[in-house]
Write a protein that binds this ligand. Structure first.
Ligand SMILES: C[S@@+](CC[C@H](N)C(=O)[O-])C[C@H]1O[C@@H](n2cnc3c(N)ncnc32)[C@H](O)[C@@H]1O
Length: 329
């Protein structure tokens, strides 16, 4: 790592660890999925996409069923959500242009037919929705630590050890006024900038981000190793500065550092509002009707009931936040 300019901020180190073309976790084979490193809601199975397809229909209705309805899924990974949304055949399908945006070329190569695959957000504004599942937690973040004499920024030296320097940004230092000495907070400029850019792109519609989230004052009271997490091969990884590029590095999203959302529901509440229970019940009935025959459809139905439980479990994926921002002309 080039250290000519002195210690790097955590943001720069996370950027290298995740996205450097030669070293980055996501550029060198890391991903969500059963065969990957961690499981996300779209990778649990197709039910999450089936419910999202219903949500997209309700947002399309709300917009007056425009003849062109663009859905941009940002941080689309291998395209599991795109695949499931299209397979659910939403009513908006004739109007739908689905753009799967994924930074990693290795992951883009898996995107399904029927979606536009892109490395970055579109340049033109559009009517529709920008969706991001577990993107914000994967954007580079900085770290501050409360000391007796004020806030310090955690920076990283050439031998990958931490060093503390006085924090430069006064506004960031005011994010958690009651933080205990030794407490840490993330600074999430990249996540904030991403939401602001997304809001600028949607002429009419919504920006929807789904992620594990908390607030900065609450994060300051929790051990930082609890909210900066690393993953590899379906287990927790090591210290974020160890094994650079070999593990995912993520940070819980500090909602108070983002533009204020119009709605903030748990994933369980959001999925229920968009019909997860009726989809699971239909599946349960189909399973009971077909169970004796043990056919493939019956097995799929049984698996759907299990998916619903996993997606709405409030101690796991169901406890994620679904943040919605509404854009009007
Ligand atoms: C935790 S994964 C989530 C993948 C998928 N959304 C899911 O839920 O399974 C985050 C993904 O976001 C991608 N990513 C990170 N920054 C990005 C950016 N600025 N634009 C597009 N994709 C990005 C990463 O490469 C990675 O594939």
């Amino acid at each position: 790592m080039a250290m000519r300019h002195g210690p790097l901020g955590y943001e720069e180190v996370v950027e290298l660890a995740l996205y450097d073309p030669g070293l980055g976790f996501y550029e060198t084979g890391g991903s969500a999925g059963r065969g990957g490193d961690f499981l996300t809601s779209p990778e649990v199975g197709p039910l999450f996409g089936a419910v999202l397809a219903r949500a997209l229909d309700s947002w399309w209705d709300e917009l007056g069923r425009p003849s062109s309805f663009t859905v941009v899924e940002a941080g689309a990974g291998r395209g599991a959500l795109a695949r499931a949304v299209l397979a659910a055949a939403p009513s908006c399908a004739p109007a739908l242009r689905y753009v799967a945006v994924e930074r990693s070329g290795a992951l883009r190569a898996n995107h399904p037919d029927g979606v536009e695959s892109a490395a970055g957000l579109p340049a033109e504004r559009f009517v529709g929705v920008i969706l991001a599942n577990e993107l914000l937690d994967n954007l580079p973040f900085g770290l501050l630590e409360r000391r007796e004499d004020g806030w310090a920024e955690v920076r990283v030296t050439g031998d990958l050890t931490e060093t503390l320097v006085p924090a430069a940004d006064a506004a960031e230092s005011r994010l958690a006024p009651d933080a205990p000495v030794g407490g840490r907070i993330p600074t999430q400029r990249a996540a904030r900038a991403w939401v602001e850019t997304a809001l600028g792109l949607v002429l009419r519609g919504r920006v929807v981000a789904i992620d594990y989230a908390d607030t900065t004052p609450s994060l300051a009271r929790r051990p930082w190793a609890e909210w900066v997490r690393t993953y590899r091969a379906h287990g927790r990884g090591t210290h974020p500065l160890a094994d650079l590029g070999l593990q995912d590095v993520t940070c819980e999203v500090a909602v108070d550092q983002l533009p204020a959302p119009a709605s903030d529901l748990s994933q369980a509440q959001f999925l229920r509002a968009h019909g997860v229970d009726s989809l699971a019940e239909e599946a349960r009935q189909a399973w009971q009707a077909g169970a004796r025959l043990g056919d493939l459809q019956a097995l799929k139905s049984r698996s759907r009931a299990g998916e619903a439980a996993a997606l709405t479990d409030t101690t796991g994926l169901g406890g994620f936040r679904v943040l919605e921002w509404v854009c009007t002309e």
